[in-house]
Design a protein around this ligand. Sequence first.
Ligand code: FAD
Length: 310
Amino acid sequence: AFDMLVIGGGPAGASAAVYAARKGIRTGIAAERFGGQVLDTMAIENFISVQYTEGPKMATALEQHVREYDVDIMNLQRATKLIAAKEPGGLVEVQLENGASLKSRSVILSTGARWRQMGVPGEERYRNKGVAYCPHCDGPLYKGKRVAVIGGGNSGVEAAIDLAGIVRHVTLVEFDSRLRADEVLQRKLRSLPNVDIIVSAQSTEVLGDGQKVTGLVYTDRENGGSHNVDLDGIFVQIGLLPNTEWLKGDIELSPRGEIVIDERGATSMPGVFAAGDATTVPYKQIVIAMGAGSTAALSAFDHLIRTSAP
Ligand code: FAD
């Protein structure tokens, strides 16, 4: 059995594994895809102290750092079930898709999240070539350019306000007949001179020139008319889905499916901690996920020294 078992190999999981291993305890990390969302990222310019790096490079560095220590790395392994310890301080069980079962005195959940996609032609092809999901990450790349934000919920309207301060022009595109964001955000948005709002619009295609995005096609849901908007970038803000479906019923999740944690990273299940985009942490970023991973590992270590047999 492990002392600390980390599920998920993104920035949060890698950080937790390094912190655990440095305590000299038996540490394991199981991940479906080591590197996580970082693997899908091009330029990273907000990882403090590293002015510029690229996702695949950072993913390799994450894995190399973990490999520096005596950590049992189980890549390409998907967890499917979490089972609580039978008694206080006992072993928590994690079942894997391949039928194996891992046991550990403490578990750190860091399975991350994925952005909901529009699912229209061109979106996948121009991902990272104009199609973006994170305004904090990619906003500055569109300085002086024209962008659209898809989605009129809180995250879409926040993104539009944020981007309007950086880019030349923002078009907010909402499927419904009205925006769903908080009134105070909508008021702020409507006060900005370089923002257009289009409602009742179903995005149907991302246009590009083979290299990068050039526009968006949408259908006016009121009269069926098709329209083109010329653009340099499209920020899709229709939801961030935590990878927590496998935990439903076993651990407390928020209405959005995020693992509910306290400020120490503790979850509702004894001995189980969580970190990163899969949790209720307010912002989803690499530096934040790494900090949360170390917090969760230190809290789990604290749990171990308090529950081990004398
Ligand atoms: P993730 O990176 O999502 O990692 C989750 C891990 O869990 C993966 O290894 C995954 O395979 C694994 N996993 C999932 N489910 C299971 C399961 N059931 N069993 C086992 N393993 C599982 N942030 C920045 O700070 N700067 C940026 O420039 C930036 N750009 C971004 C660009 C894009 C295109 C995207 C998508 C995100 C970007 N982000 C950026 C956000 C950043 O990538 C995330 O905040 C960060 O990766 C979260 O780390 P995490 O470890 O919580 O989760």
